[in-house]
Design a protein around this ligand. Structure first.
Ligand code: PGA
Length: 275
Protein backbone atom coordinates (compact mmCIF):
# COMPACT_ATOMS: atom_id res chain seq x y z
CA UNK A 1 0.00 0.00 0.00
CA UNK A 2 1.29 3.45 -0.92
CA UNK A 3 1.38 6.01 1.86
CA UNK A 4 1.58 9.75 1.49
CA UNK A 5 4.85 11.01 2.92
CA UNK A 6 4.07 11.51 6.55
CA UNK A 7 6.01 11.48 9.74
CA UNK A 8 5.75 8.16 11.57
CA UNK A 9 5.48 8.65 15.32
CA UNK A 10 5.61 6.21 18.22
CA UNK A 11 4.69 7.94 21.47
CA UNK A 12 4.71 6.30 24.89
CA UNK A 13 2.25 7.78 27.38
CA UNK A 14 3.35 6.63 30.82
CA UNK A 15 0.18 8.07 32.42
CA UNK A 16 0.32 8.26 36.24
CA UNK A 17 3.06 5.66 36.54
CA UNK A 18 6.69 5.74 37.71
CA UNK A 19 8.37 7.78 40.39
CA UNK A 20 11.23 9.81 39.00
CA UNK A 21 13.68 7.11 40.02
CA UNK A 22 11.64 4.45 38.24
CA UNK A 23 11.24 6.73 35.25
CA UNK A 24 14.98 7.14 35.11
CA UNK A 25 15.46 3.36 34.97
CA UNK A 26 12.83 2.97 32.24
CA UNK A 27 14.26 5.83 30.15
CA UNK A 28 17.76 4.31 30.44
CA UNK A 29 16.51 0.92 29.28
CA UNK A 30 14.78 2.42 26.27
CA UNK A 31 17.63 4.76 25.36
CA UNK A 32 20.22 2.00 25.57
CA UNK A 33 18.71 0.42 22.47
CA UNK A 34 17.91 3.51 20.43
CA UNK A 35 20.23 4.11 17.52
CA UNK A 36 20.30 6.79 14.87
CA UNK A 37 18.92 4.40 12.24
CA UNK A 38 17.36 6.41 9.43
CA UNK A 39 14.34 4.10 9.47
CA UNK A 40 13.56 4.95 13.04
CA UNK A 41 10.22 6.64 13.63
CA UNK A 42 9.93 9.84 15.64
CA UNK A 43 10.00 8.53 19.22
CA UNK A 44 8.31 10.47 22.01
CA UNK A 45 8.41 9.67 25.73
CA UNK A 46 5.59 11.17 27.76
CA UNK A 47 6.31 10.70 31.48
CA UNK A 48 4.35 12.28 34.32
CA UNK A 49 5.21 15.91 35.14
CA UNK A 50 7.35 14.96 38.14
CA UNK A 51 9.68 12.91 35.95
CA UNK A 52 10.09 15.52 33.20
CA UNK A 53 13.34 16.95 34.64
CA UNK A 54 14.96 13.51 34.95
CA UNK A 55 13.85 12.22 31.57
CA UNK A 56 14.60 15.53 29.88
CA UNK A 57 18.21 15.41 31.05
CA UNK A 58 18.58 11.88 29.71
CA UNK A 59 17.21 12.78 26.28
CA UNK A 60 19.77 15.54 25.65
CA UNK A 61 21.47 14.77 22.36
CA UNK A 62 19.38 11.63 21.80
CA UNK A 63 17.01 11.07 18.86
CA UNK A 64 14.05 10.85 21.22
CA UNK A 65 11.62 13.66 22.00
CA UNK A 66 9.95 14.60 25.26
CA UNK A 67 6.21 15.05 25.68
CA UNK A 68 3.89 16.01 28.52
CA UNK A 69 0.47 14.59 29.30
CA UNK A 70 -1.51 17.78 29.76
CA UNK A 71 -1.17 21.49 30.35
CA UNK A 72 -3.20 24.52 31.22
CA UNK A 73 -3.69 27.22 28.60
CA UNK A 74 -2.63 30.17 30.76
CA UNK A 75 1.00 31.22 31.00
CA UNK A 76 0.81 31.75 34.76
CA UNK A 77 -1.56 32.78 37.49
CA UNK A 78 -3.84 31.60 40.27
CA UNK A 79 -4.60 28.13 38.89
CA UNK A 80 -3.67 25.83 41.73
CA UNK A 81 -2.47 22.43 40.62
CA UNK A 82 -2.01 23.33 36.97
CA UNK A 83 1.10 23.35 34.79
CA UNK A 84 1.67 26.05 32.16
CA UNK A 85 3.21 25.79 28.70
CA UNK A 86 6.15 27.89 29.89
CA UNK A 87 6.87 25.39 32.67
CA UNK A 88 6.98 22.60 30.11
CA UNK A 89 9.26 24.53 27.80
CA UNK A 90 11.62 24.90 30.75
CA UNK A 91 12.26 21.17 30.51
CA UNK A 92 12.53 21.13 26.71
CA UNK A 93 9.17 19.44 26.26
CA UNK A 94 8.28 19.38 22.56
CA UNK A 95 5.06 17.37 22.37
CA UNK A 96 1.90 17.80 24.40
CA UNK A 97 -1.07 15.46 24.68
CA UNK A 98 -4.31 17.39 24.39
CA UNK A 99 -7.71 16.05 25.34
CA UNK A 100 -6.74 12.51 26.28
CA UNK A 101 -9.91 10.57 27.01
CA UNK A 102 -8.88 10.06 30.63
CA UNK A 103 -8.73 13.85 31.00
CA UNK A 104 -12.15 14.13 29.39
CA UNK A 105 -13.71 11.27 31.40
CA UNK A 106 -12.22 11.82 34.84
CA UNK A 107 -11.25 15.51 34.93
CA UNK A 108 -14.08 17.24 33.16
CA UNK A 109 -12.21 18.36 30.06
CA UNK A 110 -14.44 19.39 27.22
CA UNK A 111 -14.14 20.05 23.52
CA UNK A 112 -13.97 23.76 24.37
CA UNK A 113 -10.99 23.33 26.70
CA UNK A 114 -9.15 21.13 24.17
CA UNK A 115 -9.44 24.10 21.80
CA UNK A 116 -7.95 26.48 24.38
CA UNK A 117 -5.11 24.08 25.14
CA UNK A 118 -4.42 23.46 21.46
CA UNK A 119 -4.22 27.19 20.74
CA UNK A 120 -1.89 27.74 23.71
CA UNK A 121 0.33 24.83 22.67
CA UNK A 122 0.69 26.16 19.14
CA UNK A 123 1.28 29.70 20.37
CA UNK A 124 4.22 28.39 22.41
CA UNK A 125 5.66 26.22 19.67
CA UNK A 126 4.68 22.92 21.30
CA UNK A 127 3.58 20.09 19.00
CA UNK A 128 0.09 18.99 20.06
CA UNK A 129 -1.10 15.41 19.85
CA UNK A 130 -4.85 15.87 19.93
CA UNK A 131 -6.64 12.76 21.24
CA UNK A 132 -10.12 11.91 20.00
CA UNK A 133 -12.29 8.82 20.21
CA UNK A 134 -15.74 7.50 20.93
CA UNK A 135 -17.15 5.71 23.96
CA UNK A 136 -18.46 2.17 23.57
CA UNK A 137 -22.12 3.19 23.69
CA UNK A 138 -21.46 5.85 21.06
CA UNK A 139 -19.86 3.25 18.85
CA UNK A 140 -22.75 0.85 19.35
CA UNK A 141 -25.19 3.63 18.44
CA UNK A 142 -23.21 4.20 15.23
CA UNK A 143 -22.13 7.65 16.39
CA UNK A 144 -18.36 7.19 16.00
CA UNK A 145 -17.90 9.46 12.99
CA UNK A 146 -20.15 12.16 14.43
CA UNK A 147 -18.38 12.14 17.82
CA UNK A 148 -14.88 12.12 16.39
CA UNK A 149 -15.78 14.74 13.77
CA UNK A 150 -17.16 16.97 16.51
CA UNK A 151 -14.07 16.54 18.69
CA UNK A 152 -11.73 17.37 15.81
CA UNK A 153 -13.87 20.30 14.66
CA UNK A 154 -14.10 21.80 18.13
CA UNK A 155 -10.41 21.40 18.92
CA UNK A 156 -9.34 23.02 15.65
CA UNK A 157 -11.84 25.88 15.82
CA UNK A 158 -10.22 29.16 14.77
CA UNK A 159 -6.75 27.66 14.58
CA UNK A 160 -4.53 29.57 12.17
CA UNK A 161 -4.36 27.31 9.10
CA UNK A 162 -0.65 28.01 8.82
CA UNK A 163 -0.27 26.02 12.07
CA UNK A 164 -2.22 22.93 11.01
CA UNK A 165 1.07 21.37 9.91
CA UNK A 166 2.19 21.25 13.56
CA UNK A 167 -0.74 19.14 14.72
CA UNK A 168 -0.85 15.35 15.14
CA UNK A 169 -4.14 13.60 15.86
CA UNK A 170 -4.44 10.34 17.79
CA UNK A 171 -7.55 8.28 17.25
CA UNK A 172 -8.13 6.46 20.51
CA UNK A 173 -11.46 4.67 20.83
CA UNK A 174 -12.14 4.90 24.55
CA UNK A 175 -13.33 1.29 24.80
CA UNK A 176 -9.96 0.11 23.43
CA UNK A 177 -7.81 1.97 25.97
CA UNK A 178 -6.25 -0.27 28.58
CA UNK A 179 -8.68 -3.08 27.83
CA UNK A 180 -6.59 -5.34 25.59
CA UNK A 181 -9.42 -4.90 23.14
CA UNK A 182 -7.67 -3.28 20.17
CA UNK A 183 -9.81 -1.73 17.45
CA UNK A 184 -9.55 -3.90 14.38
CA UNK A 185 -7.02 -2.32 11.98
CA UNK A 186 -9.35 -1.75 9.02
CA UNK A 187 -11.99 -0.18 11.28
CA UNK A 188 -9.40 2.10 12.90
CA UNK A 189 -8.11 3.04 9.46
CA UNK A 190 -11.58 3.98 8.32
CA UNK A 191 -12.04 6.40 11.23
CA UNK A 192 -8.56 7.84 10.71
CA UNK A 193 -9.59 8.48 7.08
CA UNK A 194 -12.69 10.32 8.32
CA UNK A 195 -10.44 12.42 10.57
CA UNK A 196 -8.17 13.28 7.64
CA UNK A 197 -11.17 14.38 5.57
CA UNK A 198 -12.50 16.47 8.44
CA UNK A 199 -9.15 18.21 8.85
CA UNK A 200 -8.98 18.89 5.15
CA UNK A 201 -12.45 20.49 5.19
CA UNK A 202 -11.59 22.61 8.25
CA UNK A 203 -8.39 23.77 6.63
CA UNK A 204 -10.31 24.98 3.60
CA UNK A 205 -12.96 26.57 5.83
CA UNK A 206 -10.34 28.60 7.70
CA UNK A 207 -8.95 29.89 4.43
CA UNK A 208 -5.90 27.67 4.38
CA UNK A 209 -5.96 26.77 0.73
CA UNK A 210 -2.75 27.70 -0.98
CA UNK A 211 -0.98 27.62 2.36
CA UNK A 212 1.72 25.20 3.47
CA UNK A 213 -0.39 22.24 4.52
CA UNK A 214 -2.11 19.26 3.02
CA UNK A 215 -4.20 16.99 5.25
CA UNK A 216 -2.67 14.06 3.38
CA UNK A 217 0.56 14.81 5.22
CA UNK A 218 -0.86 15.08 8.76
CA UNK A 219 0.35 12.26 11.01
CA UNK A 220 -2.60 10.37 12.47
CA UNK A 221 -1.85 7.85 15.19
CA UNK A 222 -3.91 5.01 16.55
CA UNK A 223 -4.02 4.38 20.29
CA UNK A 224 -5.77 1.81 22.47
CA UNK A 225 -4.16 -1.51 23.53
CA UNK A 226 -1.30 -1.26 21.05
CA UNK A 227 1.29 -4.00 21.61
CA UNK A 228 4.26 -5.32 19.65
CA UNK A 229 2.14 -8.19 18.34
CA UNK A 230 -0.69 -6.08 16.94
CA UNK A 231 1.05 -2.90 15.82
CA UNK A 232 2.26 -4.28 12.48
CA UNK A 233 -1.27 -4.72 11.16
CA UNK A 234 -2.21 -1.22 12.32
CA UNK A 235 0.78 0.35 10.60
CA UNK A 236 -0.03 -1.35 7.30
CA UNK A 237 -3.12 0.80 7.07
CA UNK A 238 -3.24 3.74 4.72
CA UNK A 239 -4.23 6.38 7.27
CA UNK A 240 -2.40 5.17 10.39
CA UNK A 241 1.02 6.78 10.78
CA UNK A 242 2.03 5.61 14.21
CA UNK A 243 0.89 4.70 17.67
CA UNK A 244 0.09 6.33 20.97
CA UNK A 245 1.03 3.58 23.39
CA UNK A 246 -0.04 3.45 27.03
CA UNK A 247 0.46 0.24 29.01
CA UNK A 248 2.97 -1.30 26.61
CA UNK A 249 5.20 1.77 26.81
CA UNK A 250 5.95 0.98 30.47
CA UNK A 251 7.84 -2.12 29.41
CA UNK A 252 11.09 -1.22 27.64
CA UNK A 253 11.35 -4.44 25.59
CA UNK A 254 7.75 -4.19 24.42
CA UNK A 255 8.04 -0.50 23.55
CA UNK A 256 11.31 -1.10 21.68
CA UNK A 257 9.65 -3.89 19.71
CA UNK A 258 6.88 -1.47 18.72
CA UNK A 259 9.49 1.07 17.61
CA UNK A 260 11.22 -1.58 15.57
CA UNK A 261 7.97 -2.63 13.91
CA UNK A 262 7.33 0.99 12.99
CA UNK A 263 10.66 1.03 11.15
CA UNK A 264 9.01 -0.96 8.36
CA UNK A 265 6.38 1.74 8.05
CA UNK A 266 9.08 4.40 7.89
CA UNK A 267 10.80 2.52 5.07
CA UNK A 268 7.62 2.47 3.06
CA UNK A 269 7.33 6.23 3.58
CA UNK A 270 10.91 6.73 2.40
CA UNK A 271 11.25 9.98 4.29
CA UNK A 272 9.92 11.43 7.48
CA UNK A 273 9.38 15.10 6.75
CA UNK A 274 10.73 17.36 9.47
CA UNK A 275 8.28 19.72 11.13
P1 PGA B 1 -3.23 1.72 26.30
O1 PGA B 1 -3.43 3.31 26.42
O2 PGA B 1 -2.14 1.50 25.27
O3 PGA B 1 -2.83 1.28 27.68
O4 PGA B 1 -4.52 1.15 25.85
C1 PGA B 1 -3.37 4.14 25.29
C2 PGA B 1 -3.57 5.57 25.69
O5 PGA B 1 -4.36 5.85 26.59
O6 PGA B 1 -2.94 6.48 25.09
Amino acid sequence: MKHAQRQVIIAGNWKMNKTSQEASVLADKILSKITTDKNQPEIVLIPPFTSLPTVSAKLAGKPVKLGAQNMDWHDEGAYTGEISPLMLLDFKVQYILIGHSERRQFFGETNATTNLRLKAALAHGLLPILCVGELLDEREADLTDAVVGRQVGAALTDIDPALFAKVTIAYEPVWAIGTGNICEAAAANRVCGVIRKTVSALYARYGGNGNNFDAATMPILYGGSVKANNVVEQLKQEHIDGSLVGGASLNAEEFLAIIQAAGERVKRNLVAPAR
